[in-house]
Design a protein around this ligand. Sequence first.
Ligand code: CP
Length: 331
Amino acid sequence: MGRMARAQTPRENDLLQLRGLAVEDVRSILVRGREFLAEIDAGGRPPGASRFAGRTVCNLFFEDSTRTRVSFTIAARRLGAQTVDLASAGSSVAKGESLVDSALTVEAMGVDAMVVRAKQAGVPHAIAEAVSIPVINAGDGRHEHPTQGLLDALALAEATGRLDAFDLSDLRVLIVGDIANSRVARSAAACLSTFGAGVAFVGPPSLAPVSLGSLGCEVHRDLDAALSGADAVMMLRVQFERHEPAVDAREAGWNIAARAAYRAAYALTAERAAQMRPGAVVMHPGPMNRGLEIDAAVAEGPRSIIRRQVTCGVAVRMAVLERALASGGAG
Ligand code: CP
């Protein structure tokens, strides 16, 4: 297919969501991620790191990011590809150009794969339908964040000694907090349950409505009651910028009483972390609201695998980019 031909989607080398992806496809990404993680830990460059020399990955980030954008950049460069960034601010999106037109424009310059983050659900899918190169979803609205789900599975498998087969079937994972606004929760639940983990959502009715049970997860209100049965607790950021009306994420978001009430019921404090099983781990996708959903002592404490999740992110993004670029011919 020529570069400018209209795409037939979904292509097997796109990664738009985890829900519905074949288990063997997810497993093969994790297996490759495991290999890349070992190479990162060993401090070396991956064998054949120049394999994708001359190939270009474009990061189209129409919403803010630290972890995802930087780790896709590092992952692409570790594979030997070059990267180029486009963000809403400073681009013609600010003049009213559509996100799909922006993607088509970048494609016409000769990039080989696109990594897309957007505030609105479905933008990566719309771009994938318009372009003929692989598209990777880096988080779209409240829908999915597939590479976050993959890195969560890799980090959890490693922390619990299940890297050999990714069999998570005896693990119980709590995802706590602002589930309703969380693409991370949706991708993590899809990925972890694919490998057998029991996943439960915990939060107040406003942030964890019972309707989320349609994702195949139990919904609980009482964090204290659920904690002692969990092998992993994934705390979520309260995403004030997605609340109605939206507020700047750096602002308080809730008044002092609302923050105190949330913290009393749902924060992972040192006291609560002490109630967790021996060996149970604490996860958070970041960025964190320290002192709201998680205390610094827990985030930095012995149960935390939060920074290891970040390292796993580079590894799985290498695997996902390799999958995308390898199908493009020159790889
Ligand atoms: N976890 C995550 O997606 O973080 P960023 O928004 O910083 O990319």
